[in-house]
Design a protein around this ligand. Structure first.
Ligand SMILES: Nc1ncnc2c1ncn2[C@@H]1O[C@H](COP(=O)(O)OP(=O)(O)OP(=O)(O)O)[C@@H](O)[C@H]1O
Ligand SMILES: [Mg+2]
Length: 308
């Protein structure tokens, strides 16, 4: 199958709020797809719709060819889900959590026990398998939730902010696990970490207010932004005075200061000369053209204002 996930004109209203707005998308089989967007953009709502936890207000979608509306049981058999909030059963041990999930998928104990052993080992949880999730660190709980989502060998794995709140070590461990699944299943993940999206995803969609803003590889998205001429300018001294000078240039499109370092966006290369003429070169330590980062693209598209 060429596409593991297809969405057609999905809209979701919560009362008067349009959380997802006529959203369409096709995700290729056995690829890692990343959905990015500010708080409240509609990512979790889309995942809830695709994992059959919620009906869309209108539109249709399919997972592995099965309709989320009319074949929801078939969809649920084929997917693994790591929700945004850990939803482990706190009255069951780590192992029991995995076993319960396997039984819910109709797997027999002689089949699931070796699978559980394998996953506990893989996720470094064997030594704590008889402990309750409440006694685990955030990173261990997250690894357990991912292990649980993999028990029944899903064809499509949904990961809603899989590494939120984890330390850099735990994030990297999870990245390695996700990388190791590459080409064995389709992975649909959301994240607020730009490095995570760049590291893992072969395709990225940035969404806001329920709709797609851009779609492509990390390189393509940055390339599309490269036309905005982003310069980094560092002064040796007198930065406060130069801030005033820079602010007076009306052609500077955007402006950010950290200590003696300024990041400026110019409309075009031609504006570099008037800029340099205006400030003189005496106190300049360094000026360089910056490659836009994925975060520049994200902020450029979704703005700097804080969300819900
Ligand atoms: N059950 C609900 N009832 C009413 N409004 C909701 C409900 N769930 C989500 N919303 C609203 O829908 C919008 C989209 O929420 P959603 O959780 O899908 O965003 P998100 O992109 O996952 O955000 P985050 O990055 O914070 O997880 C938000 O404005 C949110 O407040
Ligand atoms: Mg969310």
């Amino acid at each position: 199958m060429e596409y593991a996930i297809s969405l057609r004109n999905i809209t979701k209203l919560y009362g008067g709020l349009r959380a997802v707005d006529n959203f369409s998308l096709d995700v290729r089989s056995e690829t890692i797809f990343g959905l990015l967007g500010p708080n409240g953009a509609g990512k979790t709502t889309l995942i809830k719709i695709l994992t059959t936890l919620m009906h869309p207000t209108s539109g249709s979608a399919s997972v592995e060819g099965y309709s989320i509306l009319t074949d929801d049981k078939a969809v649920r058999r084929l997917i693994g889900v790591v929700p945004q909030e850990n939803n482990l059963d706190r009255y069951l041990t780590a192992r029991e959590n995995l076993a319960l999930h396997a039984r819910m998928h109709g797997i027999r104990s002689r089949d699931y026990n070796p699978r559980i052993d394998e996953l506990l080992e893989l996720f470094g949880l064997s030594g704590r398998q008889h402990d309750f999730p409440d006694t685990f660190s955030g990173g261990m709980q997250r690894r357990l939730v991912v292990a649980r989502a993999l028990i029944h060998n899903p064809r499509v794995l949904f990961l809603d902010e899989p590494t939120a709140g984890l330390d850099p070590q735990s994030r990297r461990v999870l990245w390695e696990h996700i990388q190791s699944l590459r080409s064995t299943m389709t992975i649909f993940l959301t994240t607020h970490y730009m490095d995570e999206a760049e590291e893992l995803c072969e395709r990225i969609v940035i969404m806001d207010h329920g709709t797609t803003l851009v779609d492509g590889t990390a390189e393509e998205l940055k390339e599309r932004f490269a036309h905005s001429h982003l310069y980094e300018l560092e002064f040796r001294a007198n930065s406060d005075r130069y801030e005033g000078v820079l602010r007076a240039f009306s052609f500077i499109e955007s402006f950010e200061r950290r200590g003696n370092v300024f990041r400026l966006v110019l409309p075009a290369e031609e504006f570099l000369k008037p800029l340099m003429d205006g400030i003189g070169s005496a106190d300049i330590k360094r000026i360089c053209l910056e490659e836009p980062s994925l975060e520049d693209v994200f902020i450029g598209l979704t703005g700097k204002k804080i969300r819900e």
